[in-house]
Structures are given as structure tokens and as C-alpha cells.
Design a protein around this ligand. Sequence first.
Ligand SMILES: [Zn+2]
Ligand SMILES: [Zn+2]
Length: 341
Amino acid sequence: MILTNGLQVDLRVVPKVSYGAALYYFTGSKAHNIAVRRIAQKRGWKVNEYGLYEGDKRIAGETEVSLFKKLGLAYIEPELRENRGEIEAAREGKLPQLVKLNDLRGDLHCHTRASDGQGSLRAMAEAAREQGLEYLAITEHSKNLAVAHGLDSDRLLKQVDAIAKLNDELDDITLLSGIEADILKDGGLDLSDDVLERLDLVIGAVHSNFNLSRKQQTERILRAMDSPHFTLLAHPSGRLIDSREPYAVDMERIIRQAAQRGCYLELNANPDRLDLLDSHCRLAKEEGVLVSINSDAHSPAEFDNLRFGIGQARRGWLEKDDVLNTRSLTALRKLLKQTRR
Ligand SMILES: [Zn+2]
Ligand SMILES: [Zn+2]
């Protein structure tokens, strides 16, 4: 059947002894299922939605775990089932321990009413605390993004003071002062170094000139990352799912440069973005670049979106230690400081 939101739903009812096999069979992916079927075939077995069979005899299938075990594989998390090396890793006991939602200790990207958000500083802090977070960076848009009521240096420095004051009143959560600075067409950041210097972190983001050539776009971003106060690249590909393709950019070069320069990449958890892409999460991990899973919340309710970011990070094989905001506040402050030049 098709739901009103366009999502197609199929309902299958199977006997309890086939539950694991059915769940496994219908949740794919196809490439993964084919590879696993081949393993079964090699042993003279067959696998379908009712179970794993030796001749007519069902030898596993009540749970997914029973199926994997019989095939000589460790349990493979659903997010990894793409036939991108997970089967070999499962055989060798080398699967990653994927990051979980409650590993997150903070969020490094959100907006308040001061730019285009809908909550006050206090409301955002309290909502983040309710999610169990210990720190939250306030990162409004900068002045170049006039449609989002971006902050100039005066308004930003006033907010820095307001955050310091609020931190004295708040228990169990610490606010950090940041900015989501527009990366200008030439790769400059939208605020001067002496202002950026006052902040705990600087997120750079592309919000304009999406149509530059691949070379120009790449060099623009690399130049921004070179800025002495650059911390983290927001929504690195710029895609909006179903409405805007990623801009042309050499993401591999950007990831390698982030490793060399010593800065971080965002995985934006907004379900319309989910940006970094999973393959780039994996490359970041391989290159030793920490990824920050951020809500980019524009209202108190949007901290809920962090779980979508976790899902995407898991697709990208990320473990707790690969994620910047699983660190304690003390460890995070140290990592933020290291990005400074
Ligand atoms: Zn943005
Ligand atoms: Zn933002």
C-alpha cells in the first residue's frame, strides 16, 4: 500500500520460526543479500524469507543472529548490509562497533531567534539538556546570509556576552559560542579574524554560488579551511534530499586536506540533508578526520534529528571514537583549540 506521504509499505506475515529470515530477506540491500546467498549455496544450503535450509530441513531463521551464526558470520548491523566489505569483516571478527545515539555528549550546530531559529538561547539550551547533552554550541548565520537575519560582528559579540551570562545560570549544560560563517565566493570567511578569535568554534558553510566549477568550488572550500580560526565544515556537499543535488566538489581532496590541516567535518543530521554522505564518512574515518554529528536545530524540537545523523554515521562505519562530539567537554575544548593557528 502507499501511505499519504508517498511511502510504500508492504506487510508480510510469516510464522514465528521464520521471523528473523523474513526480516533479513526483506530489508536488503540486494547486493548484500546476493553475497550472503552465495555463501549458503557454497555449503549446499538455500536461504529465503522462511529460513536457511539444508534440503527441506530448516536449520536457522527464527532470529537474524541464528542465520548469521550458521553461516559463520558475526551479526552484521542493518546499516552495514551493502556488500561493501562487511561480510569479510564479519567473517574475520573485524566489524566496527557502530556509534550510538547515547554516545553523543553535545551538539555543535544550532540556531536561535537571533538568526533564523525559533527558540531563545535558554529554550535551546534546556531542550538540548533534556536530550541528555552536556554541551551545545550556538552557531547563528553570519551577515552575508541576510535572508536568515545573519549576525554582524556587533550582534555576534553581544551574543557571546549573553551566552557567558546564561552559562552562569545554567546547570548541567554548557553553551559554547560559535558562528556558522558563510564561505564567500573567493573562500574568505564572512567575519574578520579578530572577531572569530573570540569564539569557541567557527563553522564554515557554503550557502551561495553552488554552480562553480568543481575546481573552483574545491579551492574555495580549501581556502576557507585554511583560515586560522576554522573548526568545522558544515553540510559539506550542500545537498538537499529530493530538491538539490550536491555541488560539484572534490570531497576526497577536502577530506585529505582536513586531515592535514587538522580540522573537522560535520555530518548534518537534518533529515533533508544527511550530509556527509556515508561513503565520505568512511573516508574521513580512514584519513583520521573526526566527524561531528550535529542537529543544525532551528527549534527546540529539532534536537530529535540527531538520531537520523546517527543512522547516517552508522552507514558510514563510524565508531564512537570517530565522532568529535562523543568527547567530554574538557576533551572537546582541547580538540577545538588544536584547530587554531
Ligand atoms: Zn547552513
Ligand atoms: Zn545551520
